[in-house]
Design a protein around this ligand. Structure first.
Ligand SMILES: Nc1ncnc2c1ncn2[C@@H]1O[C@H](COP(=O)(O)OP(=O)(O)OP(=O)(O)O)[C@@H](O)[C@H]1O
Ligand SMILES: [Mg+2]
Length: 216
C-alpha cells in the first residue's frame, strides 16, 4: 500500500524533557525492524541527534541511522520518497517551524515530566496544537520520570482529564541510560537487562502508536 509521508515528530514547550532521546530511540527501534528511517534534526542550535550519531558511527553502533539536519520542511519533502519513516526532533520551544512540523506529522509526541510545572505548559501546548489541526495526532509521553508511582499515576490522570492520549509506558530517568546515550546508544544496546527493558518497552509503545494510528 502506498502511503504518504510518515512523519512523526517530538515537540515540546520546555527544554530538556527527552525529545531528542525519544526521537533517537524510535528511530533505532524502527531501523532494527527493517524500516527505512530518517532522523531529521530541526534543532540547528544544538544538533543533538547529529552529534550523537557521530559518536554512534565512531563506535560502530549498529544499525546505522541516517541522521540529517533540516531547517525547513521544504527540504525534507524532497527526500521523503526514500524513507518509510521520518522522525523529526525539534527545538525546545514551540516556534512557527515546530507548528508546521506538527501539522505535517501523522503522530506528534509531547514528552513531559510529571510535575505541575512541566504538565501545565505541555497541556497548554497540546491545546494550541490541537487548534492548529494536530488534534488526534497528539500523544503525551511521561518522560524522565522518577520512581514515585503516585506521581506517575497523578500525572496520567491529569492528562486524561484534559482528554489527550498518553502512552501507558513511561521513560524512566536512569543514570545508566544517560551513559548509553553518551556512547551513541539509545538504551536498546545496553548490556544491562534492566535498562534494555525500559528502552524496549518505550520503543514498543511508540511503535504501536505510530504504526497502529488510523492517520499514519
Ligand atoms: N531516561 C533518561 N534517563 C537519564 N537521562 C536522560 C533520560 N532521557 C534523557 N536524558 C538526558 O536528559 C537530558 C535532556 O534530554 P534530551 O536531550 O532528550 O531532551 P530534549 O527535550 O531534546 O532537550 P532540548 O529541549 O534541549 O532539545 C540529556 O542530557 C539526556 O541525556
Ligand atoms: Mg533536543
Amino acid at each position: 500500500m502506498k502511503h504518504e509521508l510518515k512523519l512523526v515528530s517530538f515537540i515540546g514547550q520546555k527544554g530538556g524533557v527527552g525529545k531528542s532521546s525519544l526521537a533517537r530511540l524510535l528511530s533505532v527501534g524502527a531501523a532494527r525492524k527493517g524500516h527505512k528511517v530518517l532522523l531529521a534534526d530541526f534543532d540547528l542550535d544544538q544538533l543533538t541527534c547529529l552529534e550523537w550519531n557521530a559518536t554512534r558511527l565512531r563506535r560502530s553502533v549498529e544499525p546505522e541511522i541516517d541522521v540529517r539536519a533540516f531547517k525547513s520542511l521544504k527540504k525534507l519533502r524532497k527526500t521523503e520518497g526514500n524513507f518509510d519513516l521520518i522522525v523529526a526532533d525539534t527545538r525546545g520551544l514551540a516556534d512557527e517551524l515546530t507548528k508546521d512540523v506538527a501539522e505535517e506529522s501523522s503522530v506528534v509526541f509531547l514528552p513531559t515530566g510529571t510535575s505541575a510545572d512541566d504538565l501545565r505548559p505541555t497541556l497548554a501546548l497540546a491545546q494550541r496544537l490541537a487548534k492548529h489541526g494536530a488534534e488526534g495526532k497528539i500523544t503525551i509521553v511521561l518522560s524522565k520520570t522518577g520512581r514515585s508511582e503516585r506521581q506517575i499515576t497523578g500525572a496520567l490522570e491529569k492528562i486524561e482529564t484534559q482528554g489527550f492520549p498518553v502512552l501507558a509506558e513511561t521513560w524512566g530517568l536512569r543514570d545508566g541510560l544517560q551513559s548509553e546515550f553518551d556512547s551513541g546508544g539509545v538504551g536498546l544496546e545496553s548490556s544491562n537487562r534492566y535498562l534494555r527493558e525500559i528502552a524496549e518497552q518505550m520503543e514498543r509503545a511508540m511503535m504501536a502508536r505510530v504504526f497502529n494510528s488510523g492517520r499514519a
